[in-house]
Design a protein around this ligand. Structure first.
Ligand code: ATP
Ligand code: MG
Length: 477
């Protein structure tokens, strides 16, 4: 098969020319070939493999490309890369790899193209197209990658037991590609993943999570998440999620299976957000339900303060998985913490004070919180489903009205600590905090308006109650 149109671009001509000068064979491999065949898409990162030195070839190509970025050379891996226009070009010498038991790091020696194709993870990633003049555009497919592409199958070039045991990250990649491309993992492969699952522990968290995040960003993350669980990998990554599995019955009372519920919520939210952390909040919104589950004779199953426990768990999970501990983690914690609040407001008689409190607590994340709450409706009863959604829209409407009037969303204290100290002639101390928070409370409760004038009057009243003698008059402020 000739695939000239996959490589009909100046880049490949230059590579071909450079290879001819060095008298080296060169091929384009991996994702570029796969995605061209699959989606007619020309990826912006191109991997070249050459029989001989990848670094020497990269240098030669680099010298022929004006305006290219600086060449980065990784001697240890025998690779080199640079960016030209918006395309990333990476070069590697064809190699043969052998692995030892306890590490992902292989012993490497020079090899043929076929040796190099063998060391790749899947047949669909082992396809190569020749770039030299004599065979420009020729497809090299020793492992049936084309047929696997057609039949949508993830298969390893070598025996799966060897492939996955050599580099257990490939188990994550198999599931990630299956989820992203909507492919099936070939049965022997899947059995082998099950067998090797615990070897995922030798892979760094960062690499595992790179693949996990790609699964989270697919259109329907439950596909990959379910595969991770079926393969027995999930319990090494997120045992807390696996703990949500199952339905218990007591005195004829059951609760929902919170694992499958969670997967549904993640799927529901995905069409509405590409914010990976909001998807994570969906994934973890019920995470506190396993440790808080109790059965009470009078009320049935309860999960008291699971949001609070859950948001504590978010910290531990992020830390363990080496996810970003700053804003992203705090955001997920906050959404998990607040995840049951909007539903508690679905009541005709909800007070403005309760609405203001939610606005205050959620701040700028209020819309995201509602996006989650709507995704959280997984009842199969259409009438209920309709009623819940209608109620949420109503709460949102009320929130909008309250926000327009009281502007709580990005609440700024109307009186500063400095002003309080100056007014009463006191230094920093607990009184300042007491007064500030009392003003905030009065605003949220609706006792005073969210404006400076009312807040100042209120501050003087508070001063009296605390036996503070003002040093300034109301009219001085
Ligand atoms: P994408 O970039 O869309 O995720 P890709 O196929 O380009 O897909 P990369 O991670 O960029 O994936 O890897 C490039 C190529 O390197 C792959 O196509 C595959 O041939 C090979 N490869 C990557 N990781 C491994 C691995 N762990 N084991 C074996 N081969 C791998
Ligand atoms: Mg790539």
């Amino acid at each position: 098969m000739k695939l000239k149109k996959a490589i009909d671009h100046k880049i490949f001509e230059i590579v071909s020319e450079a290879a001819a000068e060095l008298n080296q064979q060169v091929f384009v491999v991996g994702g570029y070939v796969r995605d061209f065949l699959l989606k007619d898409e020309k990826k912006k990162d191109i991997d070249f493999v050459t029989v001989g030195s990848g670094i020497e070839l990269a240098k030669r190509v680099h010298s022929k490309m004006e305006g290219a970025s600086k060449l980065s050379v990784f001697k240890r891996y025998g690779t080199a890369m640079f960016v030209w226009e918006d395309t990333e070009l990476e070069f590697v010498g064809a190699r043969r790899e052998s692995y030892s038991e306890d590490s992902r790091k292989p012993f490497v020696e020079d090899g043929s193209l076929e040796d190099d194709q063998k060391r790749r993870d899947f047949t669909i990633n082992a396809l190569a197209i020749a770039v030299n003049k004599e065979n420009f555009g020729e497809l090299l497919d020793p492992f049936g990658g084309i047929s696997d592409l057609k039949n949508k199958i993830i298969r390893t070039p070598l025996s799966p037991d060897i492939t996955y045991s050599d580099d257990p990250l490939r188990m994550m990649r198999a599931i990630r590609f299956a989820a992203q491309l909507n492919f099936t993992i070939e049965e022997n492969s899947f059995q082998s993943i099950i067998k090797n699952a615990e070897r995922i522990e030798i892979v760094s968290k960062e690499r595992v999570m790179d693949e996990f995040q790609k699964i989270m960003m697919t259109d329907k993350p439950s596909v990959g998440l379910k595969l991770l669980d079926d393969a027995g990998l999930m319990k090494f990554i997120l045992p807390e999620l696996v703990a949500l599995k199952g339905i218990e019955e007591m005195e004829g009372q059951t609760h929902k299976d919170n694992f499958y519920h969670t997967l549904e919520v993640v799927d529901n939210i995905s069409p509405n957000t590409d914010n990976i952390w909001l998807r994570w909040a969906a994934l973890l919104h019920d995470i506190g339900k396993a440790p808080t589950k109790r059965y009470d004779k009078n009320i049935g199953w309860t999960f008291h303060s699971h949001e609070f426990v859950g948001s504590k768990m978010v910290y531990k999970i992020f830390k363990r998985l080496k996810l970003p501990m700053g804003q992203a983690m705090k955001y997920v914690q906050k959404i998990v913490m607040l995840s049951s609040r909007p539903i508690a407001l679905i009541d005709e008689n909800v007070t403005d004070a309760a609405l203001r409190r939610l606005l205050f607590d959620a701040g700028e994340d209020i819309e995201d919180l509602f996006t989650l709450c709507k995704a959280d409706i997984t009842t199969k009863n259409e009438r209920k489903q309709f009623r819940f959604k209608k109620n949420f829209n109503l709460v949102e409407q009320k929130l909008k009205e309250v926000e327009q009037r009281d502007r709580i969303r990005d609440f700024q204290p109307p009186v500063s600590g400095d002003e309080i100290m100056e007014t009463f002639g006191i230094g920093p101390g607990k009184e300042i905090g007491i007064i500030k928070s009392a003003i905030k409370e009065a605003i949220l409760e609706g006792e005073i308006k969210n404006e400076r004038e009312s807040a100042l009057n209120y501050m003087f009243e508070l001063g009296k109650k605390l036996y503070l003698t003002p040093k300034l008059k109301r009219s001085d402020l």
